[in-house]
Design a protein around this ligand. Structure first.
Ligand code: CA
Length: 228
């Protein structure tokens, strides 16, 4: 059965969510604090989607999201935000959330979002040799193509080289020099700036919001890395 983590400190909201998810056929795991949620995730590797409330008694939902994403790119994450927290969407995107549900929400709305996210994250394709999947991207090193959520992203050869380098080294901070050597070759005598220019263009193609990148992130004063 598909398993959903429900992190919400307000018990009445939590049980409302849990009851409705169970009715919709989901298995649920509950947490009332951020720490509890992180422990539950460790103990339940089968959780496919996590619903994270923002305002919690210990660490806030964004931080929980960041900590989950630092080790797990596959799980789907939906933030539960209040109407007044609309501006927090940007912060949520930066911390790695996939979707938002604004309180108060109807059971139908919530389960529709969870269903949709399961369809997206659960549709991890059976990989062929030469394919690399990092949700929502599928890289094919045989025909040098990239898909995002099943849609082809048109890349130049340099952009392809960059994406491949990052997807093969998730979470690893890479300096501009390192990136230049790997993608342009050690005998390339150009300026480091070419790395920034190409990453800026690549972000426009692959990020949901190029101003707030979550896939290729900046390591200030150093370079770039894949993921938050
Ligand atoms: Ca709360």
């Amino acid at each position: 059965m598909k398993k959903v983590l429900v992190l919400e400190d307000e018990e009445n909201i939590r049980s409302f969510v849990v009851i409705n998810l169970r009715r919709a056929g989901y298995d649920t795991v509950e947490a009332a604090t951020g720490e509890e949620a992180l422990t539950q995730l460790k103990n339940n590797p089968g959780i496919g989607v996590a619903l994270l409330d923002l305002m919690l008694p210990d660490i806030d939902g964004f931080e929980v999201c960041r900590r989950i994403r630092s080790t797990n790119n596959k799980i789907g994450i939906i933030m539960l935000t209040a109407r007044t927290q609309e501006m927090d969407k940007v912060t949520g995107l930066m911390s790695g959330a996939d979707d938002y549900v604004t309180k108060p929400f109807s059971p139908a709305e919530l389960t529709a979002r969870v269903d949709a996210l399961f369809r997206r994250t659960g549709s991890e394709p059976a990989l062929e040799p030469g394919e690399l999947f990092r949700h929502p991207f599928l890289l094919n090193t045989r025909n040098r193509t990239l898909e995002k959520n099943g849609q082809r992203v048109k890349l130049t050869q340099v952009e392809y080289g960059l994406v491949k380098l990052f997807m093969e080294n998730p979470g690893k901070a890479m300096s501009r020099e390192e990136i230049l050597d790997a993608v342009w070759g050690k005998d390339y005598f150009g300026e480091l700036k070419i790395v920034d220019v190409n990453i800026r263009r690549l972000r426009i193609k692959i990020e949901d919001d190029a101003q707030n990148p979550v896939f290729i992130t900046t390591v200030w004063g150093y370079g770039y890395k894949w993921g938050a």
